[in-house]
Every structure is written in structure tokens, then in C-alpha cells.
Ligand binder design. Sequence first.
Ligand code: PEP
Ligand code: MN
Length: 352
Amino acid sequence: MIIPKDNRLSPEKERELEAITGEFGISLHRIVGDHRTIYAMVGDERHELLITRLEGLDYVERVDTIQTPYKLMAKDSELANHRIRINGTVIGAGFTVIAGHCTIDPKNPSLFLESAQAVKEAGADMLRGGVWKPRTSPHSYQGDARALDILMEAKARTGLAVDTEVMDTEQLQLALDAGVDMLQVGARNALNYGLLRDIGRSIKNRPTAVLLKRGMHMGKLEEFILAAEYIAAQGNPNIVLCPRGTTPTMDGYRNHPDESITVLLKEKTWAPVIVDPSHSVGKAAYVPFACMAAAAYGAHGLIVETHVNPKAGIGDDPKQAVTPDVLARIIRDARAIHAMQAEQVQELAQAS
Ligand code: PEP
Ligand code: MN
């Protein structure tokens, strides 16, 4: 829909609009209102250049598109019935919990192996463990490829599928070669289109999935879903969306908690939503509440930093990680809330 600044456009301006839209195979229908004439576009209006050219005209106030710019990730796309299967778990079908260290300490492998066993016993479906870490300071611990061996050892011992973050193509290749089940794209790389494309291309013929975090400065949901579209466009749509809090922060929390966007994402896309409350609130004491909230908003699961001895952890673990006993309670309560939420959705649908 093209909304001009003036109430009526001159025939020359209308001809110019027709010429531009015509170049993109779109026909224009004039809708004459009492006060204003607006123009409906009939055809595929999702061309970025078309919108840019129309918005560049000094007599156009704005251009509203009805179709979403994401063709593959949209709720009504041909991928709507796609199911992400990892190691026997279908993400999106129930309530999936991924838990484990923020960061695997390569100097202390037994700590991670212990946590892996403990999160399994607490009821987690998958294991997380940071091998490489995006750190604000180049002088902080950056990760270590030896931690990848520890992660894979934990996978072998527990039978749990594993998730780890990759930040470049070298790490991507190492993770794939090792057999990582889920590649995490962190908040700092959420709009790194080159990396998103590389990841998409490299998992094309594999069962591997991607956990795509929401960018920390991201405002629009569209931007988040379009980042997923970059991966899906390469041929493997095993993509899980992960809200993890945004900046500016909320006083007292590490970030601005954003689990509430789950309900909006579920309206727009078929992709499952797994919420990360650990990086959102940033403090272990608040994590259980954020987990409950995520379940109440209809999340398909959680990714929770969990450590057998947070004080002995590195990375975010001393501050953020919950202990396995707390994780067990989170899983019990979040699953109950998840079931209640699903029931309520059904009741509301029947009542309407
Ligand atoms: C993490 O999961 O440990 C992490 C660094 O997450 P984010 O990219 O959301 O900051
Ligand atoms: Mn972390």
C-alpha cells in the first residue's frame, strides 16, 4: 500500500508510481477515499529495492507491505510443518530443556562431565557447553578447542545432544567435524549475514540444527526472523529462535528480559522458540522466575546455564548458572506451566 503525502496525486506522479511498480511486475489500484487517495499494490511486493525506490519519492509518506519479507520462515510458508529432530527429540513438539555450562573449563574437564551427568539426571534433553566465547575484552579467556573434546566426551557419556557457539568458519568446521548437534549463533553475531550464510551452507546436507540468538540491540522482530531466513535460504531449516534479553538493560537485570516476544514470534513464524533466561536476567536467583514466564508465554523450551559448582566456573557461570537441583525444579514447574498454557490456548480457540 502506497500512502502519499498529498490528498490527491497529479496524473504525472501517478504515472511515475505505475512505471516503478510495473518494473517489478506489480499493478497499482487506486483507492479513492473521501479525503485521500491511496494505492494498493497487487503482486509480490516483497522487493527491497521496490520499497526503497518508492520511499525515496518526496511525495510518498510511507509504504505498508502486507506480505512478510520472510518467505521461508513465515508461519504460512511451505515449511510450516517442518519438524526439527535432534537425537530423538522433536523441538517444538514438547518442552525442550538445554542445560549446561556457559563455558567449559579445559583445565578442569571433570567439572563439565559432572555437570553433564547432573543436568541429565535433572531432566534436561540437551547439553550446552561453551567451547569458544565472545568476550568484550580480547584479554579475557576466549575459549579453547580442547574444550570441544570435553563436550564430545560428555555427549558420549550421557547420550545427550550438544549445543555450542561458533563465531567463525574455522570453529564451524571443527564443531561439525566433531559431531556437534546444534550450532549456537550468539547475540553478537545475530546479524553477521556472512556467518549465517556460511552456517546455512555447511549444514545443508546434515541433520545439524542452529540455535539463533536474538541480537542484543535488535528492535524489530522482522530483523530477527530475517536473520533466520538467511540460514534457511541455504537449504536446512533446522532453526530455533532464542530470545536472550536486549539492551538497554532493565535496572537490576543484565539485559531487558524479552521472553514476552515468544507469543509474537509464534504468530509470525513456524520456528520453535527456546528462551534463554540466563543471559536475559543475568543472575542465578532470578533465572527460575524468568523460566516460568517464558513457559507462560508459550516457549517451546529453555536454555539454562547450569553448573554443579557455579563458584568454580568460568565465563558467566559464577553469576548466572543455577545448580542442578534448581534446574530440576525449573523443569518440573516450567513443564507444568507449559501444559497449562497449551490448554488455555486451546480453550480460548474453542471459545472464539
Ligand atoms: C552464551 O550463551 O554463553 C552467550 C554468550 O550468549 P549470548 O550470545 O546470548 O550473549
Ligand atoms: Mn554465557
